[in-house]
Design a protein around this ligand. Structure first.
Ligand SMILES: NCc1[nH]cc(CCC(=O)O)c1CC(=O)O
Length: 310
């Protein structure tokens, strides 16, 4: 095996932090290896003025990186699992997923201590349909404004007074050293996170056995079981674009519990399900949750949204 490992990564601060973290782990475990980062710009990084839901397309933040890997320009890629499509391109695999950081969404505000302290009509920044729908479900009075860009840019928008509060993944904030800005972790009963939120994924070429073996020390089995359930859920509900779905699986002592929601864009309709069973049935439970929610009314919502996406 080569002595140099090239990691492909986006150049946002969060992506670089994550790639550096994995590089650091590999260097520590294998001091004889040289590990380098190669910055790659993806479509999701280029188009900043359009809400993600409108750009659509799967693998917005991963495609260019995956092409570089298939062409041998890089050896592995580090991603937020949340940004990865459920179907990887032929020839690539998830070689390892890291121990999960907190999966919760965080409430960040200068003036307000927690979500329930927001006054009537408060302005909340998030471009995630999932967050928007779940928050509107309990607080239809809120004005949800679009907020794209990387974590640093989003925090600046809050500081400039565009919003009373913004919602971001707790994991990203903590990684970038902004943990102190978190006023509250949104309870899962209020806002279920995105598929894979809080998990970092290392992608490799399927036929690169040496690399896949080398990466095993990073792999976390609990995280993996949760990822399997959540990604099976997403694979079953996936429409052509971002949809208001949230899902959170927790594996403990051989049992996995999957909680999921599908909501309408305005949050008026929200279907919720919880499935539990042995971890060996993680994928099945994720699919079951999806099927229940689609049957209950989620399918009609997806079809309605599908039209909006074109
Ligand atoms: N969509 C961008 C993105 N992808 C992963 C994270 C956070 C880190 C993680 O979930 O592991 C974020 C930022 C955010 O949603 O606040």
């Amino acid at each position: 095996m080569k002595n140099k490992i090239v990691i492909g990564t986006r150049s946002s601060k969060l992506a670089l932090w994550q790639a550096e973290y994995i590089a650091g782990c590999i260097r520590k475990k294998y001091p004889e290896k040289t590990v380098e980062l190669l910055h790659i710009t993806t479509k999701g990084d280029k188009v900043l003025d359009v809400p993600l839901a409108k750009i659509g397309g799967k693998g917005l933040f991963t495609k260019e990186i995956e092409t570089a890997m298939l062409e041998g320009e890089i050896d592995i890629a580090v991603h937020s699992l949340k940004d990865m499509p459920t179907q990887l391109p032929d020839g690539l695999v998830l070689a390892a997923v890291t121990e999960r950081a907190d999966a919760a969404d965080a409430f960040v505000s200068i003036k307000y201590e927690k979500f329930t302290s927001l006054p009537k009509g408060a302005r909340v920044g998030t471009s995630s349909l999932r967050r928007k729908a779940q928050l509107l479900h309990v607080r239809p009075d809120l004005q949800i404004g679009s907020l794209r860009g990387n974590v640093n840019t989003r925090l600046e928008k809050l500081e400039q007074g565009y919003f009373d509060a913004i919602i971001l993944a707790a994991a990203g904030l903590k990684r970038l050293g902004f943990g102190a800005k978190i006023r509250e972790l949104l309870p899962k009963s209020l806002c279920l996170p995105a598929v894979g939120q809080g998990v970092m994924a290392v992608e490799a070429r399927e036929d690169d056995d040496a690399m896949r073996d080398l990466l095993q020390f990073l792999h976390d089995e609990k995280s993996w079981q949760e990822a399997i359930a959540e990604r099976a859920f997403l694979a079953r509900v996936e429409g052509g674009c971002q949809v208001p779905v949230g899902v959170h699986a927790v594996a403990a002592d051989g049992v996995i519990t999957v909680e999921a929601v599908i909501a309408s864009l305005d949050g008026k309709q929200l279907f919720h399900d919880r499935e539990s069973g042995p971890v060996s049935s993680a994928a099945e439970l994720g699919r079951k949750a999806a099927e229940r929610l689609l049957d209950e009314g989620g399918l009609a919502i997806m079809q309605e949204i599908g039209l909006l996406c074109d």
